[in-house]
Design a protein around this ligand. Structure first.
Ligand SMILES: Nc1ncnc2c1ncn2[C@@H]1O[C@H](COP(=O)(O)OP(=O)(O)O)[C@@H](O)[C@H]1O
Ligand SMILES: O=P(O)(O)OC[C@H](O)CO
Length: 494
């Protein structure tokens, strides 16, 4: 029996495919970036056709690299940028509009009205989420209200909704399978995380006909088979999970209290809380970590909208650096006591502030501030934001002792060391940092029987480096107070 798993990782800035062996080692990879569309202030869109084409191409490329045929692939797993919303025509498969990306803020006023109508407690109790443009429901409502004929066609049952996992599944199966998994469903704000059903009251609140909604499955399940023509034969699709939850699995955080933090475009800290549903009193999200055999494993999450994206802004927006990989060397030569703080609130502030109107700032500049200090401040902002989230978790009574990190930014040793120092906890970096793809490969392997249980998966996790705390408490507190002061200055007055 073949034991190769093809993991599709459809992220915010690129589509990736990786083939893993049964030991969880990546053998071949392919990646393609795609275009970001910013049609208006705070709007972010993707072209779903570009998402589909880049995804298909990276899958085909990775199979070519490994000289593999469809029969050599035991299963496909799909993991994806979450919340991003697509609506398409059931007959033609054509999207009615671009995908509205999770970062998009166009529904801020709709969200404000929901808040003013006093709906936050209801939404929070049922979905574990807060009212913010981040989640799919307000985006879906916008599409139905603003795309010509959309509402009429939706009510006539002609349209389908999906997050990116569902859209890709629909295309991969030639329009035969309209499904999602519980983790992706839990980010829509239309899914009741207690009953595990689409919630009638929430569908009504957001004015969404239920006929649009996909079937919700476990993360390891029979999602469908690929259309023969795509890869020269059918390949079963046996897992799906939102990318941050997939990383929780890829980091083998299976025990309550274990935390992973992923540093890609944004940063997402997730703690496993087991069967316990923790309703945060500090504006964190309750979400589904994974669902296996109908058994729900809950998690608590803090989401930061800008992490690696701050490096992209230094590179593309300010042209201060040629590439993100020079930031480590620059930060090393920055003055130790530079006093510069960057608050990268380009699209508002996420957890625990949830201020969609806040905007970014660089504070504490002096005549001897140079590129190195600004770069260091950008890297540090990501670490300070992680501390904000860890503090919120601690205030909710769940305090982590170690942290497992992954994502494109964690190759930066300077940043990871500062993270350990500012948090005051040991930070662990695994051997395989493509944990998102790995997680969904594990989930597919679980269904296929390659891994008999999650305990077998946990044995595949190996540390590459541990970063121990080397900063004095007094220094940590002083630096963090400076950050808190900087955040106060960028918060909106609304
Ligand atoms: N050496 C580095 N130091 C800091 N940031 C980096 C470094 N290398 C890459 N990055 C950042 O990591 C991000 C890419 O991470 P990745 O996990 O691929 O993101 P995503 O999945 O969100 O597309 C980019 O925003 C990039 O700026
Ligand atoms: O594509 P990433 O890695 O930036 O992740 C995006 C998140 O899933 C948004 O919630």
């Amino acid at each position: 029996m073949s034991t190769y798993i093809l993991a599709i990782d459809q992220g915010t800035t690129s589509s990736r495919a990786i083939i893993f062996n049964e030991k969880g080692l990546p053998l071949w990879q392919a990646q393609q970036e795609f275009k970001q569309y910013y049609p208006d202030d705070g709007w972010v869109e993707h072209d779903p056709e570009e998402i589909w084409v880049t995804t298909l191409q990276v899958c085909q490329q990775v199979m070519q690299k490994g000289k593999l045929r469809s029969t050599d692939i035991a299963a496909i797993g799909i993991t994806n940028q979450r919340e991003t919303t697509v609506v398409w025509d059931r007959e033609t498969g054509k999207p009615i509009y671009n995908a509205i990306v999770w970062q998009d803020r166009r529904t801020a006023s709709y969200c404000k009205k929901l808040k003013q109508a006093g709906k936050e407690a209801l939404i929070n109790q049922k979905t574990g989420l807060l009212i913010d443009p981040y989640f799919s429901a307000s985006k879906l409502n916008w599409l139905l209200d603003n795309v010509p004929d959309a509402r009429e066609n939706a009510e006539a049952g002609k349209l389908l909704f999906g997050t990116i996992d569902t859209f890709l599944l629909w295309r991969l199966t030639g329009g035969k399978s309209h499904k999602t998994d519980a983790t992706n469903a839990s980010r829509t704000q239309l899914f009741n995380i207690h009953t595990q059903q689409w919630d009638e009251e929430l569908l009504k609140l957001h004015n969404v006909p239920v006929t649009l909604m996909p079937e919700v499955m476990d993360c390891s399940a029979e999602f469908g088979v690929t259309e023969r023509t795509l890869f020269g034969g059918e390949i079963p699709i046996l897992s799906m999970a939102g990318d941050q939850q997939a990383a929780l699995v890829g980091q083998a955080c299976f025990k309550p209290g274990m935390v992973k933090s992923t540093y890609g475009t944004g940063c997402f800290v997730i703690m496993n809380t087991g069967e316990q549903v923790i309703q945060s009193e500090n504006r964190l999200l309750t979400t589904i970590g994974y669902r296996l055999n109908g058994q729900v494993n809950y998690a608590i999450e803090g989401s930061i909208f800008i992490a690696g994206a701050a490096m992209q802004w230094l590179r593309d927006g300010l042209r201060l650096i040629p590439h993100a990989n020079v930031t480590e060397a620059l930060a090393q030569v920055a003055k130790k006591t530079h006093g510069v703080y960057m608050v990268p609130a380009f699209t508002g502030l996420g957890a625990p502030y949830w201020d969609p109107h806040a905007r970014g700032a660089i504070l504490g500049l002096t005549r001897d501030t140079g590129v190195a200090e600004i770069v260091a401040a950008a890297l540090q902002s990501v670490c300070y934001q992680t501390k904000d989230l860890m503090n919120a978790m601690a205030a909710d009574g769940v305090e982590p002792t170690t942290l497992r990190v992954d994502g494109g930014m964690v190759v930066n040793n300077w940043m990871v060391q500062f993270l350990a120092d500012i948090l005051g906890v040991t930070v662990e970096r695994p051997q395989v940092t493509e944990t998102t793809a790995l997680g969904v490969a594990y989930l597919a392997g679980l269904h296929k029987g390659i891994y008999p249980s999650i305990e077998d998966i946990a044995e595949c996790w190996h540390s590459e480096q541990q970063f121990e705390v080397s900063m004095e408490q007094v220094q940590r507190e002083k630096l963090y107070r400076g950050w808190q002061d900087a955040v106060e200055r960028v918060k909106s007055k609304e």
